[in-house]
Design a protein around this ligand. Sequence first.
Ligand SMILES: Cc1ncc(C[n+]2csc(CCOP(=O)(O)OP(=O)(O)O)c2C)c(N)n1
Ligand code: SF4
Length: 250
Amino acid sequence: MKPVFVRPQSLTDKPFHFCPGCHHGVIHRLVAEAIDRFEVRERTIAAASVGCSVFLYDYFDIDVVESPHGRAPAVATGIKRTNPDKFVFIYQGDGDLAAIGTAEIIHAANRGENLTVVFVNNTVYGMTGGQMAPTTLLGQPTTTSPYGREFGQDGYPIKMTEMLAQLEGVGFAARVAVDTPARLAQARKAVFRAFETQMEEKGMGFVEILSSCPTNWGMKPVEAVRRIEREMIPYFPLGVYKERKGSDAL
Ligand SMILES: Cc1ncc(C[n+]2csc(CCOP(=O)(O)OP(=O)(O)O)c2C)c(N)n1
Ligand code: SF4
């Protein structure tokens, strides 16, 4: 019998620890599928972040370097520059990438570091209990904005993909979601494209993935999935924002 669904080889057998309905597991799988597809497992090094994804070194059967808070782009820069033959990706949440490490990601992108970035936007700090993140939507209650995010006090949610797409050093920038099978297929395509961007040495390949955090949103998994379409996508539009193609060089 022909198997139609197998576990990617780049994942270990360890079951994920994520909360029910969390999308980190789905996104881990997409990244593992890309590693398998491009046959780079033996030469892949990831830089892990802080946050719920910190344990990716237990789930991916690859080499992983743990980075201090927000510093994954800097750590990955060092790895890639000293080992240009390696395939290097970082995987960060919105608290880690868009708050704690804002400067790191902007300057790594601006320098055109040849890295693949997986940015998981769930609009809150997940691991530490649901504090407001730069991506928290207006009106969204969090533990540090119990009456909802308010522009006068907290500013508007940051659109990282649009911001980074402006920088010359970025070769590919896209925002995707994993809340429906059709969008999952688009997300897979974008992650694969971000891998190819590194292989083609066209600068940073950046993929923002809209993701759920049912635990800190105070929602059941199905309700949380629906929130992505209802509230997140209207503010964070999906699509490819930049793609350097063919002979376009950095
Ligand atoms: C300098 C510093 N800032 C913050 C923290 C606490 N901290 C660890 S994980 C985390 C939340 C990360 O949230 P996010 O990046 O959104 O990832 P998620 O858990 O949602 O996947 C924070 C604030 C810390 N330990 N040190
Ligand atoms: S706290 Fe949120 S981001 Fe972290 S594992 Fe649970 S659902 Fe996922």
